[in-house]
Design a protein around this ligand. Structure first.
Ligand SMILES: *[C@@H]1O[C@H](CO)[C@@H](O)[C@H](O)[C@H]1NC(C)=O
Length: 253
């Protein structure tokens, strides 16, 4: 008798949990789920990520992700301690345009290990914001702050996503443990308006230097930039995926 009551209680409780979680998490219409045993699962993931692009661009309130277009970044710190460019840079109030025009070109996944690698193309990214830089460039001391503008074009990025299991509200999620990013680009242009050295001649010289050495600067700053961008997108994707139970984007049957 007692055990029947216990079983009933348990049943009622499970039903409640299921009902509550069903109400908590529903599949947003823009999520095209993939099947775990689809032999073309990588293509499926790629297509789903490309399909969701305009929604990601506008922001996904259900998944608590802010708009990607424009992408507003409060703060991005970079430090480079090797080579010809040894600087500490802090970029703030950044507005980036163009990330929402991404195309996922290829996906390789091993979802049992919660691993997804992808190559991403972005035609053009324009950023502006404020900066503070201190350090040495080619042995010359640099100390500057002001406003910056950049344009990068034909960007190809390789992102490696390392997921981790997260359990919450009786649901399983893929949390994002780490993302490593590496990128190449065809072209970069820079402009800075220095608030310290206000003479125009020097400002022009700095801009000329930046643009004439764009490729070298990017090469030098690439590891530091990759790390900051990886951290940024880890936060972004972690927010999205920990609000989207795995069952809603990965079907088991
Ligand atoms: C993104 O793509 C649209 C449509 O092709 C284009 O109008 C827009 O300028 C692009 N954004 C950037 C920053 O290049």
């Amino acid at each position: 008798m007692q055990s029947t009551t216990a079983v009933r209680c348990l049943l009622a409780w499970s039903l409640m949990v299921v009902t509550v979680s069903a109400a908590l998490y529903e599949r947003p219409s823009y999520i095209h789920p993939c099947r775990r045993n689809d032999p073309e699962i990588n293509k499926c993931i790629r297509n789903s990520l490309n399909f969701v692009r305009p929604y990601v661009a506008r922001g996904l309130p259900e998944l608590k992700t802010p708009p990607l277009e424009p992408l507003r970044i409060e703060e991005l710190a970079m430090e480079n301690n090797a080579g010809a460019v040894r600087i500490k840079a802090l970029f703030t109030d950044i507005v980036a345009l163009g990330a929402g025009n991404y195309t996922i070109k290829e996906v390789r996944s091993d979802l049992k290990k919660l691993r997804i690698d992808m190559s991403i193309g972005i035609p053009r990214v324009e950023t502006r914001g404020k900066y503070e830089v201190i350090g040495n460039v080619l042995l010359l001391p640099v100390r500057s702050n002001g406003e910056f503008w950049t344009e990068f074009s034909d960007i190809t990025a390789i992102a490696k996503i390392y997921g981790k299991p997260v359990e919450r509200d009786g649901e399983s999620f893929m949390g994002i443990e780490k993302i490593t990013v590496d990128f190449t680009m065809k072209n970069a242009r820079f402009k800075v308006k220095d608030h310290v050295n206000t003479q125009n001649v020097l400002g022009e010289a700095i801009n000329q230097f930046l643009n004439q050495n764009a490729n070298e600067l990017i090469q030098e700053m690439r590891p530091a930039a990759s790390q900051s961008i990886g951290k940024l997108f880890r936060k972004f994707l972690n927010e999205a995926f920990t609000n989207l139970p795995t069952r809603l984007w990965l079907l088991e049957d």
